[in-house]
Design a binder for this molecule. Structure first.
Ligand code: CA
Length: 228
């Protein structure tokens, strides 16, 4: 990690929650700025170019989804959405709109810092990597997008076409939680109700082949490839 401190934009209209978050960030060496409305958040992202955005979905003016949609037109800044545990559907639509991760309220300071560290790890890869590189590497896993081959610890892996599409989709979005709907749409070309069961089967088979450490399950939401 470089010596430049990571800057976090905290978007939260609840004063008590916002104060808790920025105090925790400040005491752990992060720079922070804050916003209390969606319009302020969009302006702050454009003007201050934070490294990470922590975005409450329930804001007084425009809702968090709209903030994400606006920002994603011109910025790839990692966005972690924060919402109440019961609002699974909100979380899912925020991820589909382009958020990278989510944190459920109530959360502990430890959880918050862990999510931010995970995002920082992905950021350091985003900076180092060629944006359109044809070879993807993650631990022992190597995907050559041009040749269409996958190696694990130097050995060729044999994947079915659908497993390969699934793996490429996860790899191209490494660090992001992808919703079931998104995966079904992108890798299956459809999203029938029954497809979710078959997605689970394919994911299980893929994990058997590449190992369990690369793909996280987010129950009720989707999957994410993590950097190992
Ligand atoms: Ca709120």
């Amino acid at each position: 990690m470089s010596d430049k401190r990571t800057s976090v934009l905290v978007v939260e209209d609840d004063d008590a929650v916002r104060n808790l978050i920025v105090t925790a960030l400040g005491s752990h060496g992060y720079q922070w700025i804050s916003a209390t409305t969606g319009e302020e958040a969009v302006a702050a992202i454009a003007e201050s170019t934070p490294d990470i955005v922590l975005l409450d979905l329930g804001l007084p003016d425009i809702d968090g989804q709209k903030v994400i949609a606006k920002v994603r037109l011109w910025s790839q800044v990692p966005i972690i959405v924060v919402s109440a545990r019961s609002d699974d559907l909100d979380k899912i639509s925020a991820l589909d709109a382009g958020a990278d991760d989510f944190l459920s309220k109530p959360f502990s300071v430890g959880e918050l810092l862990a999510r931010i560290r995970t995002t920082e790890r992905h950021l350091s890869y985003m900076v180092r990597e060629e944006p359109h590189g044809s070879v993807f590497e993650n631990g022992d896993l190597q995907i050559d997008f041009v040749a269409g081959t996958v190696c694990l610890a130097g050995k060729d892996l044999h994947l079915t076409p659908r497993e390969y599409r699934l793996l490429c989709l996860l790899a191209r979005n490494v660090g992001r939680v992808l919703t079931h709907q998104f995966i079904l749409r992108e890798a299956w070309g459809g999203s029938q109700e029954g497809d979710l069961a078959s997605l689970r089967v394919f994911m299980g088979n893929l994990r058997k082949k590449i190992g369990t450490q690369y793909i996280q399950t987010h129950v009720g939401v989707g999957y994410r490839m993590v950097r190992v």
